[in-house]
Design a protein around this ligand. Structure first.
Ligand SMILES: C[S@@+](CC[C@H](N)C(=O)[O-])C[C@H]1O[C@@H](n2cnc3c(N)ncnc32)[C@H](O)[C@@H]1O
Length: 262
């Protein structure tokens, strides 16, 4: 197996900062998990989706390769009532090969996290692990970025341009945080290497620190994904193209695949 980059800064609080306003998929996943009481989320991160599910009364098992992300998630738990905390089980595991010794009626890899599996071997190994954890009659959902999104986000760029992606003023400290990126996409391997520069400036605008993280992703089109699933005894029963569960089209913003065993 190839190495997995942690894909997060040393301080995962940056992750929560970057995605604090990202909730476009929360309602979609509420709808997709209707009728499912037990959920397995691969790449659970800091609980952006798992916490809403737990609040809805669902039992959520989350696995993540990054201990630091899990620790950030664990630190949030005491802020919730015990009945919500009790709905969340966190496991330090690699989605490419894991065994929790139980099955789930809903298994998912949300927020495009499947792109962090950089080779077809890793992807297949992961899909087989998902299948092993799926209860009879259960559903797998994987959402992926589309080529359209990759183009719009400059993920297919190879131009050495340093792009300012995000800026935010921390209300508590008054400090400004910025994320800058340079991106190299290699069409022969379908791999994107993105250097993410996380910069902090003091209240009066003085540069304080920079942390650089290499972010690697592998993009592919719908046809390759379908073949990959078929090679693992899985099939797509439905594919959506937006977070309102609209049809998948050539310019869709996302590819949400609902998957069942063959
Ligand atoms: C983009 S975040 C998504 C977090 C969460 N699902 C959400 O929607 O906010 C991707 C997560 O996948 C985790 N991850 C990456 N590769 C992994 C692997 N091979 N096994 C398990 N987790 C992995 C990262 O550590 C990170 O927490």
């Amino acid at each position: 197996m190839t190495d997995v980059f942690p894909q997060v800064p040393n301080k995962p609080s940056w992750y929560d900062w970057l995605y604090q306003n990202t909730d476009k998929d929360v309602e979609m996943y509420r709808i997709l998990t209707e009728g499912h009481d037990t959920i397995l989320e691969c790449g659970v991160g800091t609980g952006r989706l798992a916490i809403p599910w737990a609040k809805q009364g669902k039992t959520v098992h989350g696995i993540d390769y990054s201990e630091k992300m899990l620790e950030e998630f664990r630190q949030k738990l005491p802020h919730f009532p015990t009945e919500i905390q009790d709905n969340i089980m966190l496991h330090h595991a690699d989605m490419r090969d894991f065994d929790l010794g139980q099955k789930f009626s809903f298994v998912c890899i949300p927020f495009a996290s499947f792109v962090y599996l950089l080779t077809p071997e890793d992807q297949k190994s992961c899909l087989r692990s998902l299948k092993k954890h799926l209860a009879d009659g259960g559903t797998i959902v994987i959402d992926l970025p589309t080529w359209q999104e990759a183009m719009e986000e400059h993920w297919l760029a190879n131009d050495n341009v340093m792009r300012k992606e995000k800026q935010f003023v921390d209300e508590k400290t008054g400090k400004t945080k910025q994320m800058w990126t340079t991106t190299h996409f290699d069409a022969s391997t379908q791999l994107m290497e993105q250097y993410r520069h996380y910069r902090t400036y003091s209240k009066d605008g003085q540069f304080e620190e920079e942390q650089v993280v290499l972010w690697k992703s592998r993009f592919f089109l719908f046809g390759e994904f379908k073949l990959l699933l078929e090679a693992c005894g899985l099939t797509i029963t439905k594919v959506y193209g937006d977070f309102q569960l609209g049809p998948f089209k050539h310019d869709s913003e996302v590819m949400v695949a609902v998957i069942k065993p063959v």
